[in-house]
Design a protein around this ligand. Structure first.
Ligand code: 13P
Ligand code: SF4
Length: 301
């Protein structure tokens, strides 16, 4: 029974002095037992600031790794080690090193959706919440390589006015969201606004009223004056949108835009993670220190 598991998680969490962090795309029942639910930037800030002994990260591998980079003395647990991010896997440290060699003097901005080894080769990290701000803060006299998401990179390029060398990575889940779907829903719900995530393709972003991080979408929805909001991102966000905005209706652009990796985390796995302290994320210290520089420069902005 779900409530039984939730009760056992709550008891063990106290015993272990653990903090449970969950991304906005997690299953509703996982979000409901978390101490904090947020976007990538908000979760990094929580991981950096907590004095808990253990962090159970309900998200994907790069998120838990970022928490470990920021809080090396804590046990950072990922309840399912197979919860990866295909976009983060679209660039390796070797590929980035080769790209840097092609552009001598270039600075590198990496989306937080990347491995610690890739972050270690970057000047600064960004999330979808601050990509434009981070790109604007780069040295205007030097070229800028942006990895791995070509679409977030394109969005940051257009909104910062800076030229970026884009790596051809993408999110397979956000690729399922199309302009045709948006147009059909706009016809069905006249007057409804459309918010999408900047991981969507540029034509989708152009067809929307706003492109925002998941945290940004949640804030936007709270102050939204309309009745119906059309939402183009992973469908896990609908749980918090509905919970925080009774009386408003949220329509997913594509209800099949589901990230299978985010959904790997279940209540049973969170419980097992607390029981057996599994699965600890480790980052070699030399890599961690280099990656920390890129993450800290982002947090300082
Ligand atoms: P944000 O929650 O930071 O907007 O990130 C979206 C995402 O795809 C995480 O994998
Ligand atoms: Fe990666 Fe996309 Fe899943 Fe986010 S939604 S974890 S970017 S595959």
């Amino acid at each position: 029974m779900t409530s039984g598991i939730a009760g056992r998680i709550a008891r063990l969490k106290k015993e272990r002095q653990a903090l449970i962090l969950a991304h906005n795309y997690q299953r509703g029942e996982v979000q409901d037992i978390a101490d904090f639910v947020g976007d990538s930037l908000e979760l990094s800030r929580q991981a950096a600031g907590t004095d808990a002994k253990v962090i159970v990260f309900c998200g994907v591998h790069f998120m838990a790794e970022t928490a470990k980079i920021l809080s090396p003395a804590k046990a950072v647990l990922l309840p399912d080690l197979d919860a990866g991010c295909p976009m983060a896997d679209m660039i390796t440290a070797e590929q980035l090193a080769a790209e840097k060699a092609k552009h001598p003097g270039a600075q590198v901005v990496c989306y937080v959706n990347s491995s610690a080894a890739v972050k270690a080769l970057c000047d600064v990290c960004c999330t979808s919440a601050n990509a434009v701000k981070v790109v604007r803060a780069m040295d205007p006299a030097r070229p800028i390589i942006f990895v791995p998401d070509q679409y977030l990179g394109h969005y940051a390029q257009v909104n910062s006015g800076r030229d970026l060398i884009l790596w051809p990575g993408f999110c397979p889940t956000h690729m399922k969201i199309t302009v045709e779907q948006i147009q059909a829903l706009k016809a069905q719900y006249p007057g409804a606004e459309v918010v999408v995530h900047p991981e969507c393709r540029p034509d989708v972003v152009a067809a929307a009223d706003q492109a925002l991080s998941t945290g940004g979408i949640l804030r936007y929805a709270r102050s939204y004056q309309g009745q119906v909001l059309i939402v183009g991102t992973e469908t896990g966000i609908l749980h918090r949108l509905a919970k925080e905005n009774p009386g408003k209706t949220f329509i997913p652009v594509n209800e099949k835009a589901v990230c299978p990796n985010m959904k790997r985390i279940t209540l049973e796995k969170v419980l097992a993670s607390l029981e057996h302290l599994q699965h600890p994320i480790e980052v070699p210290e030399d890599v961690r220190l280099k990656a920390l520089g890129a993450v800290e420069r982002m947090l300082a902005l």
